[in-house]
Design a protein around this ligand. Structure first.
Ligand SMILES: [Zn+2]
Ligand SMILES: [Zn+2]
Length: 166
């Protein structure tokens, strides 16, 4: 979905409001796939600041499905991010503003840009998530496997293997 900026840029002081939903099915960032079943909502307010500059203010909100950091099961993660930025239209090409193409503001790309800035470092399905068996790959929240995982911190597992050598 695109919003044409021609009108806004040619009228000093002009103010435009947009409230809409965009559909982004999924995106990849940092090796993780983020899925989105529902729509992403965007509220935007654009204000012409004169001399082909404008302010872009608003919020993006929705629910992302993010794999749990330990067991990989998807977790619903609500995200809501506010932003406000001044954009000098004449610098758009030089600064590689991804969501402006020619005179069009691409709302999906803008939403994605803001979501990525606000992604959590990691998400857990629960604080007590048992993760995945590092030998058979079973989800230990759902099954108890018969592997010998002892009660050793996975970070120390490498030492356990070392001791076996002796
Ligand atoms: Zn988990
Ligand atoms: Zn196992």
């Amino acid at each position: 979905m695109e919003f044409n900026l021609t009108d806004l840029l040619s009228n000093d002081g002009m103010n435009k409001k947009i409230s809409t939903d965009v559909s982004i099915k999924q995106f990849n960032f940092g090796g993780i796939t983020y899925r989105i079943d529902d729509v992403i909502h965007i509220d935007l307010e654009l204000t012409n600041l004169g001399h082909r500059k404008f302010n872009l203010e608003g919020l993006v909100k929705g629910t992302l499905k993010i794999p749990c950091d330990r067991c990989m099961e998807e977790v619903d993660y609500k995200i809501e991010t506010n932003f406000s930025k001044d954009i000098n239209f004449d610098d758009v090409n030089e600064e590689k503003v991804q969501y402006i193409d020619g005179y069009n503001l691409d709302l999906e790309k803008l939403a994605l840009n803001e979501l990525i800035i606000d992604l959590p470092m990691k998400v857990l399905c629960s604080d007590t998530c048992k993760g995945i068996c590092n030998q058979c790959g079973a989800n230990l929240n759902k099954v108890t496997c018969s592997c010998d995982n002892s009660d050793i911190d996975p970070r120390l597992a490498v030492f356990k293997d070392l001791f076996k050598e002796f």
